[in-house]
Design a protein around this ligand. Structure first.
Ligand SMILES: *Cc1c(COP(=O)(O)O)cnc(C)c1O
Length: 453
């Protein structure tokens, strides 16, 4: 058998196994199984190769996680060095050097009041921990009426029950709402204008006033609601929201799972906004797209409320088997070191500016783009029929078709309905951004032409 037929049949077998047994996240599996599959085998920098040797630019940073590119020599070295010592040892009752050092680093990078870190292994859990710590804190303080969590319209904080309860993504979670605990929602800004920021803050204020003394915490994705389609807030919005939380005595939980670790140009948005949240939730870029890792940082005063004798019942009884996994922690440490250089040298800022410029040039005024939203190294391009073209229905799946067409241009992307979310690894070069954009533009063109024909 020639090498080629071996590879092809290997691909065929893998596709078959995948179609027969895998249940992919967020997928309508009847659509997934009908589309051509991609079996990613290896990667380098911003590029992924499939088992047949085809190369794709990783246009969504492997679902918003990748920071320094794939197969990075420094991160690999950190991973291998840790693997040669110990791959996993529990954080339940024991510690390890990578975890202790990472906790220290995260505290150094965060606003001064945040001094305690609880590790977990995904973004949803990072939020769950913040919610439970907030709820328990108010019980311990004797303020047992503070039971409500407040979230922003269209928020996405994960897919576990607690995060669904404080999220507002009916498309994702509506079906499960009867099993979610009660919460309140305030209106999000429609755009990044100051007027919209004010309107949203008034909506939050109304909720906090109506529920005086009953709100435990307000949960927010600062600056950008990623999963809602890169919905933006004015700069300064988070700072004003913090002031409202303080006025009404509610905790502020910042979900920086998406915006943290360089995505918005610095380590955390709370630093850029001069905000000191009560809880800071981190995941995705924390371990640079290598391994599952999350962290929830908390203020000293909150932590101290949990201290006491064994029979006080004050301890926070929560944990996960792979909490603070040493391999993930070692990679996170190496990634933070590299990221610090990129931020301090001003390189990241330049890359982000170049990304914004190129994306605006390509999509602003495009006949099939109704709206473009860009902040940091993230963009959403809302596709629409051009004037005179017939409307698109949900089942037309134009966004998905564009992403599938982009594959033959060497670009991997995921749509959100008919929006294209562009979230490349932070280290993407100017030439690679140009390649990415050319691929997307020609995919849009092909799909639209095909539709009008
Ligand atoms: C991805 C994401 C989450 C959930 O993280 P998982 O690791 O997928 O559980 C929570 N919040 C935000 C803002 C996210 O982008």
């Amino acid at each position: 058998m020639s090498r080629r037929t071996t590879v092809e049949s290997q691909k065929g077998v893998l596709d078959q196994w995948d179609r027969e047994h895998s249940w992919h996240p967020f997928a309508q599996m009847s659509e997934y199984c009908a589309l051509p599959q991609v079996q990613v085998e290896r990667a380098q920098g911003c590029w992924l190769w499939d088992v047949e040797g085809r190369r794709y630019l990783d246009g969504n940073a492997s679902i918003w996680t990748n920071v320094h590119g794939h197969n990075d020599p420094d991160l690999n070295a950190a991973l291998l060095e840790q693997a040669s010592k110990v791959a996993h040892s529990t954080y339940l009752g024991l510690s390890h050097p990578a975890g202790a050092e990472l906790g220290r680093r995260l505290v150094e990078l965060s606003p001064p009041g945040l001094q305690r870190v609880m590790f977990s292994d995904n973004g949803s859990n990072a939020i769950e921990i913040a919610l439970k710590q907030s709820f328990q804190f108010w019980q311990l303080q004797g303020e047992s009426d503070r039971v409500l969590a407040v979230g922003m319209e269209d928020a996405y904080h994960g897919d576990t029950f607690g995060t669904m309860a404080v999220g507002d993504s009916p498309g994702f979670h509506g079906r499960f709402s009867r099993w979610c605990f009660e919460s309140r929602v305030f209106e999000r800004p429609r755009d990044e204008s100051v007027a919209e920021a004010r309107r949203s803050l008034r909506s939050l204020e109304a909720v906090l006033e109506a529920e005086q003394g009953k709100v435990a915490c307000v949960v927010l994705e600062p600056w950008v609601q990623g999963a809602a389609g890169m919905r933006l807030q004015a700069r300064g919005f988070v700072k004003s929201l913090e002031a409202l939380c303080r006025r009404f005595g509610a905790h502020l939980i910042l979900d920086e799972v998406f915006v943290g670790f360089g995505r918005m140009g610095n380590f955390f948005v709370c630093r850029q906004e001069g905000v000191e949240p009560d809880f800071l939730c981190l995941a995705k870029g924390l371990s640079a797209g290598y391994l599952p890792l999350a962290a929830t940082l908390t203020r000293v005063e909150i932590y101290e409320a949990f201290l006491g004798t064994m029979d006080s019942g004050r301890a926070f009884i929560h944990g996960h088997t792979f909490t603070g996994n040493p391999l993930a922690a070692a990679v996170a440490l190496a990634s933070i070191q590299k990221l610090e250089r990129l931020i301090e040298s001003g390189e990241l800022e330049q890359w982000i500016a170049s990304f914004g410029r190129q994306v605006r040039e390509a999509f602003e005024g495009h006949a099939n783009v109704s709206e473009l939203r860009v902040r940091g190294m993230a963009a959403a391009v809302d596709l629409c029929p051009a004037e005179g073209e017939s409307e698109w229905s949900v089942n037309d799946r134009v966004g998905m078709q564009v992403c599938v067409a982009a594959r033959s241009e060497g670009v991997l992307l995921r749509p959100l309905r008919d929006s294209l979310l562009i979230v490349p690894p932070l280290v993407i070069s100017e030439e690679e951004i140009a390649f990415l954009i050319r691929g997307i533009l020609s995919a849009i063109d092909r799909v639209i032409k095909e539709r009008i024909r």
